[in-house]
Design a protein around this ligand. Structure first.
Ligand SMILES: [Zn+2]
Ligand SMILES: [Zn+2]
Length: 139
């Protein structure tokens, strides 16, 4: 019994020093928490779920931690403007038109992965320092 008490206390102390657990939800781009926050899918899975529901819809609805980031309304709008432009520059909309509004899973994955990367690059330019560190250590 006596040996258990200090062990539990140590665990408590460790927890208090874990900043990620103490931090409140913030926009990962500007670090503000006083605006409404949206969970943004980094790979724009919404778009791909519309095009290939069998492949993407279930996962989209899961809002997996590795797929989404918190963004304030302002920055959520900004990243989607960037996505739209990039997809244009990469020929996605042209491809979609050429194939009667359809894409294959292989094609979709290629664009989805580029969007995820685009989102990471965009976030690195922002004030999301903690995310920056997280990305550096995971890639
Ligand atoms: Zn923001
Ligand atoms: Zn979004």
């Amino acid at each position: 019994m006596e040996t258990r008490v200090p062990r539990a206390r140590r665990a408590g102390i460790k927890k208090n020093f874990d900043l990620t657990k103490l931090a409140r939800r913030r926009c990962v781009k500007c670090w503000r928490y006083d605006r409404r926050l949206d969970r943004h899918h980094k790979g724009h899975e919404y778009l791909f779920a519309c095009l290939l529901p069998d492949k993407y819809l279930a996962r989209y609805n899961e809002f997996r931690v590795e797929d989404v980031v918190d963004l304030c309304v302002k920055h959520h709008k900004s990243i989607h403007v960037i996505y739209k432009r990039r997809l244009g520059a990469w020929g996605f909309w042209t491809l979609l038109a050429k194939q009667d509004g359809k894409v294959t899973f292989v094609q979709a994955e290629r664009f989805r992965k580029r969007l995820v990367n685009e989102c990471h690059v965009w976030l690195r330019r922002g004030a999301g320092l903690r995310l920056k560190q997280e990305l550096a250590s995971s890639s």
